[in-house]
Design a protein around this ligand. Structure first.
Ligand SMILES: Nc1ncnc2c1ncn2[C@@H]1O[C@H](COP(=O)(O)OP(=O)(O)O)[C@@H](O)[C@H]1O
Ligand SMILES: [Mg+2]
Length: 367
C-alpha cells in the first residue's frame, strides 16, 4: 500500500522556478493524474515524488514517512516512461524476467510471475519474440509488464501512451485503467491530454507554469473549474467566457446583468467588485427561437454526429453551444441564448479565479 503526500514541494533550476510550492495527497490505491500543458512542471513533480530529483524545498511523504532524501530504488515504486526503456537485445520473456532476477528471486517464482503478468497483459504468445519486432502497443505492454512483475506499492507513469497512435492509445488507456482496478496499486500518471486524464483518473491535479491550479475529481474539475485556465484547458470545446466588464456582486446575488439582460447564476457566496466574466460550458447554452434569453446570431455550425457545435455571436464575443444535431441552425439566423443557471461560473477577469458560489462551494473549499 502507498499513500503519497507532497508538502510545499518546490524545484528551482537556477533562477527558474519549475515547480512552485505544491501540496497534495494521493490516497492509497488511487489513479492520480498530473495534468497540464507541456513545460508546466509535471515531470519535475513526478521525479521529485519518485526520488529521481531532489527538491529545492518541501517534503515527500510515503505512508507518512519523510522520504524527501531517499533514493528512488529505496522507495518501492516502479516507473513506466513514454520511451519504453526495454533491452533491445533481449526477448520479451527476458525483459520481463530482468527486474525479478536483479532482485535475486528463485527461478520458480520468476517463471510464475512472468506467466501471470504476461497473461494479464495478453502478451503470453510473444514471450520468445525479440522486442525489436513488436508493435508500439505490444512494446508498451512489455514495458508495463516489467513494472508490474515487481509488485511495487506504487506506479509512476510519465506520458506512457504519448508515443502510441490514437487508436492504440484509446485501447491502452482502457487496459491500463482495468489493470489498475485489478491490482489496486497507487498510480501517479502524467499527461498533457485532458481527455486521457478525465477518462482514467480518480483525481486530477491541474498544473500551469509550475503552479497547481486545481485538485479534485474529474467531474468536480469539469463542472466547477477553480480558474479560467482550468475552464479553458478542460473540455472540448472549452468553457465559454462572456465578459461583463466592471460589475459588483454581493453575497446572495442570484443573477448578474449583461447589458439589459439578466443572467441567472447560482447564489454568490462572496463580495466582488471588479471586472467579471461569466463562464458557461457549451452544453449549458440552449438555443431558443422563442422570445426571452439573450439575442445572438448564428455564425457557424459543426456537425459531430449526435450533437453539433453551433457558434453564435453576441456583440464581439463568439460563444459555442453544443446541441442536438436534429435541429437546424442556419448561418446568419437570429437566436436567443438561454444559460442553464445551475451550471454557471463567475470569474474575476484579472486574476482568473472563480468566485465562490452555491454551485462550487464544496469543490473550491477542498482545492
Ligand atoms: N534539468 C533541468 N534544468 C533546467 N530546466 C529544467 C530541467 N528540467 C526541466 N526544466 C524546465 O522546467 C520546466 C518544467 O519541466 P517539466 O517538469 O519537464 O515539464 P512537463 O513535464 O510538464 O512538460 C520546463 O520549463 C523545463 O524546461
Ligand atoms: Mg514531461
Amino acid at each position: 500500500m502507498a499513500e503519497i503526500e507532497i508538502k510545499n514541494l518546490r524545484k528551482e533550476f537556477d533562477e527558474f522556478v519549475a515547480v512552485e510550492n505544491s501540496t497534495f495527497k494521493v490516497e492509497d490505491g488511487e489513479f492520480f493524474m498530473l495534468l497540464g500543458p507541456s513545460g508546466c512542471g509535471k515531470t519535475t513533480t513526478l521525479r521529485m515524488m519518485a526520488g529521481l530529483e531532489l527538491p529545492t524545498s518541501g517534503q515527500v511523504l510515503i505512508n507518512g514517512e519523510d522520504v524527501s532524501f531517499k533514493r528512488a530504488r529505496d522507495r518501492d515504486i516502479a516507473f513506466v516512461f513514454q520511451m519504453y526503456a526495454l533491452y533491445p537485445h533481449l526477448n520479451v520473456r527476458q525483459n520481463l524476467e530482468y527486474p525479478l532476477r536483479s532482485q535475486g528471486n528463485p527461478a520458480s517464482l520468476i517463471h510464475e510471475k512472468v506467466a501471470e503478468v504476461s497473461k494479464i497483459l495478453k502478451i503470453s504468445h510473444l514471450l520468445s519474440s525479440p522486442v525489436g519486432r513488436l508493435s508500439g502497443g505490444d512494446r508498451q505492454r512489455v514495458a508495463l509488464g516489467r513494472a508490474i512483475v515487481r509488485d511495487p506499492s506504487a506506479f509512476f507513469m510519465d506520458e506512457p501512451l504519448g508515443a502510441l497512435d490514437a487508436e492504440f492509445r484509446e485501447e491502452m488507456a482502457e487496459e491500463l485503467r482495468a489493470l489498475h482496478d485489478r491490482m489496486g496499486a497507487t498510480t501517479i500518471y502524467v499527461t498533457h491530454d485532458q481527455l486521457e486524464a478525465m477518462q482514467m483518473g480518480d483525481k486530477i491535479v491541474v498544473m500551469n507554469h509550475g503552479v497547481i491550479e486545481q485538485f479534485g475529481a474529474p467531474q468536480e474539475i469539469y463542472d466547477w473549474p477553480a480558474t479560467k485556465f482550468v475552464a479553458d484547458f478542460i473540455g472540448f470545446p472549452a468553457m465559454n467566457f462572456l465578459p461583463l466588464g466592471h460589475h459588483k456582486v454581493s453575497v446572495g446575488n442570484t443573477f448578474v446583468a449583461y447589458k439589459d439582460y439578466q443572467i441567472d447564476v447560482p447564489a454568490c457566496l462572496e463580495e466582488f467588485d471588479g471586472s467579471l466574466d461569466v463562464g458557461v460550458r457549451p452544453e449549458h447554452i440552449r438555443l431558443s427561437r422563442e422570445p426571452g434569453g439573450i439575442p445572438a446570431t448564428v455564425v457557424a455550425s459543426e456537425y459531430l454526429g449526435t450533437t453539433q457545435i453551433v457558434s453564435v455571436e453576441i456583440d464581439q464575443a463568439i460563444l459555442k453551444s453544443r446541441v442536438s444535431s436534429t435541429e437546424e441552425y442556419s448561418v446568419g439566423s437570429s437566436i436567443n441564448l438561454i444559460f442553464d443557471y445551475r451550471s454557471i461560473s463567475l470569474f474575476d477577469h484579472s486574476s482568473g479565479r472563480a468566485l465562490q458560489s452555491e454551485g462550487n462551494r464544496e469543490v473550491l473549499a477542498c482545492g
